[in-house]
Design a protein around this ligand. Structure first.
Ligand code: HGY
Ligand code: MN
Ligand code: MN
Length: 429
């Protein structure tokens, strides 16, 4: 990352056009980070992979160039700290995640990490110290792609890391403790990543909207009201493998056909239930030969709603549906809840400060919920959270066509910097 002098905005001057210096630098770093992938044909960077380490080293170097002390914590997050106008002050926490889904876009996560670093670099370039510290965390595993359990990095920071996930294995059968050791981390020490609530004044994340609302409203930025909760399941159906040409249809216990019936039933349940989102993103059949009746199938279920009660009721219905279909087909179901996270409201006082910054930057303020999950859901366990959404083209995300214009990157950065420079900690009652 160019040194902070190359970042700079024309802050303090009166830019007549949108000042894209900050934005241009952020875009350059987005492109650089996006070049770190496990695949040469798409962007995929998962938890505890060699690409994770490469990305962590790069982010850490950017943090140091921006004047922060930077380190990797016990779960693989990258943590940078920019001191306030005196040492050891509580911090305004900024950040987002730097892991990706498979065949990802380059903005989901990294935009928040890099914009936060750019804002600190701009403060440092101007020699500005605030009456609070700033910390930036690049979270190591928000997507949960490798172990189908999400928010691992932010939950470790919040002290809510669920040790049960240590028993999960990736698609190659590697356990999380083994992956942590290969990465150079001690599975027994994950708890050391936990931070005290008193360390932070608030958490503020800038993230792409991953939806179409800002674009439809003609706005570059928005204020997030709440983050929808989610439940993830891993379902395994045990049937009976057999010869595709000899076992009569009526005698089969076909685990893949059973999974298919479950998947269509879950999709139908969600299509007919407003505000409920249900997705089966991964399915596997074994033994995986075209002339063998699948004896085992495994599939994931991701269910979300803005209302926790609605989501829990919907998940219960889905579980009953899976069990009914399995029974009818002579299949044995094994259903594991691999992730459960309640909806997280953004604090009113932070929403107000984000709205004020958006207005100061000259935009109409729009408040909207997030259907996508974010690290703030975990961090809400130790401090109040706020989010700034940035428009993305067509609302497309979790797809290589994900895109943010230079102008919108710049708008997002200027709003984040404005919030930081006007930030007033909540008066403790
Ligand atoms: O799945 C999500 O909502 C987020 O992008 N991890
Ligand atoms: Mn995502
Ligand atoms: Mn994200």
């Amino acid at each position: 990352m160019p040194n902070s002098s190359e970042y700079g905005t024309t802050k303090g001057m009166t830019p007549t056009v949108i000042d894209t210096m900050l934005g241009e630098s952020i875009v350059a770093h987005i492109e650089r980070l996006a070049s770190i992938s496990e695949s040469s044909i798409d962007l995929t960077r998962v938890f505890l992979s060699p690409e994770h380490m490469q990305a962590a080293d790069l982010i850490r170097s950017w943090m140091e160039e921006a004047g922060m002390a930077a380190r990797m914590d016990a779960i693989g997050n990258v943590v940078g700290r920019y001191e306030g106008d005196r040492p050891n002050l509580p911090a305004l926490l900024l950040g987002s995640h730097y892991d990706t889904v498979r065949n990802a876009g380059k903005w989901d996560g990294p935009l928040g990490v890099i914009t936060a670093i750019a804002c600190v670099a701009d403060l440092r370039r101007r020699g500005k110290r605030l009456p609070f510290a700033i910390e930036v965390i690049g979270f190591a595993d928000e997507e949960g792609v490798r172990f189908n359990s999400t928010l691992l990095g932010s939950r470790a920071v919040a002290g809510t890391f669920n040790e049960a996930v240590l028993s999960s294995r990736d698609r190659d059968g590697i356990s999380m403790p083994e992956a942590l050791q290969r990465f150079g981390l001690d599975p027994q020490q994950v708890g050391a990543a936990a931070r005290a609530p008193s360390d932070f004044l608030a958490y503020l994340e800038l993230h792409i909207e991953q939806g179409p609302v800002l674009e439809a409203e003609g706005l570059p930025v928005g204020v997030v009201t709440a983050i929808s909760g989610a439940t993830r399941l891993l379902v395994t159906l045990e049937g009976m493998a057999g010869h595709a040409g000899t076992v009569p249809m009526a005698m089969r216990r076909d685990a893949l056909a059973g999974a298919a019936e479950c998947i269509v039933a879950i999709e139908s349940q969600c299509r007919n239930d407003t505000g409920l989102f249900g997705t089966v993103g991964v399915i596997r059949a074994e033994p995986g030969a075209g002339n063998v009746i699948p004896g085992r199938s495994t599939f994931t279920v991701d269910m979300r709603s803005a209302s926790d009660e609605h989501r829990r009721e919907a998940v219960s219905l889905a579980l009953r549906t899976i069990e009914r279909i399995a029974k009818d087909r002579g299949l044995v179901p094994q259903i594991d809840v691999t992730h459960e996270q309640g909806s997280a409201p953004c604090a009113d006082w932070l929403q107000a400060q984000v709205s004020a910054a958006i207005a100061r930057q000259g935009y109409r303020t729009l408040s909207l919920p997030s259907g996508a999950g974010h690290d703030g859901m975990a961090i809400a366990g130790i401090t109040d959270i706020g989010m700034i959404f940035v428009r993305c083209r067509g609302g497309v995300s979790h797809h290589p066509d994900e895109h943010v214009t230079l102008e919108d990157v710049t708008s997002g950065a200027n709003v984040l910097l404005d919030v930081i420079e006007h930030f007033a900690p909540k008066m403790r009652s």
